[in-house]
Design a protein around this ligand. Structure first.
Ligand SMILES: NC(=O)c1ccc[n+]([C@@H]2O[C@H](COP(=O)([O-])OP(=O)(O)OC[C@H]3O[C@@H](n4cnc5c(N)ncnc54)[C@H](OP(=O)(O)O)[C@@H]3O)[C@@H](O)[C@H]2O)c1
Length: 261
């Protein structure tokens, strides 16, 4: 039988489950998970047929790759718990936790700090990641193989990680925009359902892939038409400048979380 990479999710909430949901069907990975809530852990094990561990140390012991999927507030206690343990590769998903901070506890080991999105579940995540100096080429290739299960990946410098986190806020923010659109259209007497919105977004995504962002933007509006009118209105009201500030607010929050770890 071919060698299978043993990957262990320490902390198995929203984002870890999105990743597990892709990786458990990949025959080159052998997936396991740990979390404190025994009932939820058992449920996860049954749902995906993955091994479960009530002990974080036990999980690390059996894993080639350990994915830290805990909230920032649980990180310090978890790092204390697994102190002295080794893995081939550690991947931290914890917002704000720097590679230097992780290295202080885990020591000289291959560490990757990654920011996927929940779209991993559907194969549509862009996983931004930074690696420490102890990552060999093989470790980077391994991390990219994990990320490829849920979409694409982009290696960046660690200083860009807060901006990458803000990019990862976009799916949630777009949903808020869509809710506002729905309300406005409802006011005009049109009920727009989730499937209709999803089709609209898929069409836009395909257009961006084909033409690039500028190309898609240039081809959006018929001259003198209704899209152009909405665009001019938004520009005049400073809506796009406000959106830039909204993204900046995401970056500032990530910076604040970084200072706490
Ligand atoms: N959600 C996203 O889209 C997203 C994207 C990229 C990165 N992230 C980052 O990923 C991390 C997790 O986010 P999330 O949204 O998935 O949060 P979440 O749903 O709250 O998941 C956190 C998990 O960690 C477990 N946990 C906490 N303390 C633990 C401990 N001592 N031992 C074992 N498990 C423990 C929790 O389960 P128990 O309470 O049962 O232990 C829970 O399953 C965060 O640091 C976040 O910044 C999230």
């Amino acid at each position: 039988m071919a060698f299978r990479t043993r990957i262990g999710f320490l902390g198995a909430g929203n984002i870890a489950e999105a990743m597990i949901g892709r990786l458990y069907t990949d025959s080159s990975f052998d997936v396991a998970a740990s979390r404190r809530d025994a009932a939820k852990l058992e449920e996860l094990g049954k749902k995906y047929g993955v091994e479960t561990y009530s002990s974080n140390r036990g999980l690390v012991e059996r894993s080639d790759v350990v994915v830290l999927g805990i909230e920032p507030s649980s990180l310090a206690a978890v790092l204390k718990e697994v102190h002295g343990q080794q893995a081939k590769l550690w991947i931290s998903l914890v917002n704000g936790a720097s590679l230097a901070y992780l290295q202080q506890s885990l020591g000289k080991q291959a560490l990757v700090r990654a920011m996927p999105q929940i779209g991993f579940k559907y194969g549509h995540s862009v996983t931004w990641y930074a690696a420490n100096g102890d990552c060999a080429q093989g470790d980077i290739a391994l991390a990219e193989r994990v990320f490829a299960a849920g979409g694409i990946s982009r290696r960046i410098g660690e200083s860009q990680m807060n901006a990458a986190t803000a990019f990862s806020c976009e799916p949630g923010l777009l949903v808020q925009d869509l809710i506002a659109d729905q309300k406005a259209l409802d006011g005009e007497g049109l009920k727009v359902d989730a499937q209709a919105l999803a089709y609209l977004l898929r069409g836009t995504a395909s257009k961006i892939e084909e033409l690039g962002i500028k190309g898609a933007s240039a081809s959006v509006a018929t001259k003198g038409g209704s899209t152009e009118a909405a665009h001019r209105f938004a520009e005049g009201k400073g809506l796009y400048a406000l959106r830039e500030q909204r993204v900046s607010a995401c970056v500032r929050k990530s910076e604040e979380l970084s200072r706490k770890t």
